[in-house]
Design a protein around this ligand. Structure first.
Ligand code: SF4
Length: 106
């Protein structure tokens, strides 16, 4: 099973992503659902860059890459919820692109 973490671009200058990785490595918080699954691969930690109007256009290549890596689940990090007024739109975009969405990381 291949998963990815999506974070907000606004955090690029501040966040190292370490708490997301710690939570994944220790299968805690939102990653607790994988506790009994040793075959989970974290394949991508990517930034949303969808601040413009067209999510399809702005995230198209990232979706292509995720598909090539057979990522089926995207974790939406808490920073998106905090920083973004388009949370539900982004969630719908991921679902429309056939990803299972899990809300949260750590
Ligand atoms: S659209 Fe939202 S989540 Fe994406 S970069 Fe802009 S503020 Fe962050």
């Amino acid at each position: 099973m291949n998963i990815a973490i999506m974070v907000c671009k606004k955090m690029t200058f501040e966040c190292s992503g370490t708490w997301c990785f710690k939570a994944f490595n220790e299968r805690e918080k939102a990653f607790e659902i994988y506790k009994d699954n040793s075959k989970v691969n974290l394949c991508s930690f990517f930034h949303c860059n969808g601040c413009g109007s067209d999510l399809d256009k702005e995230l198209e290549y990232k979706v292509t890459q995720l598909n090539k890596m057979e990522v089926d689940t995207v974790h939406m990090s808490r920073c998106i919820e905090v920083e973004c007024n388009r949370y539900n739109e982004i969630k719908d975009f991921l679902i429309k692109n056939n990803f299972k969405v899990v809300e949260g990381t750590h």
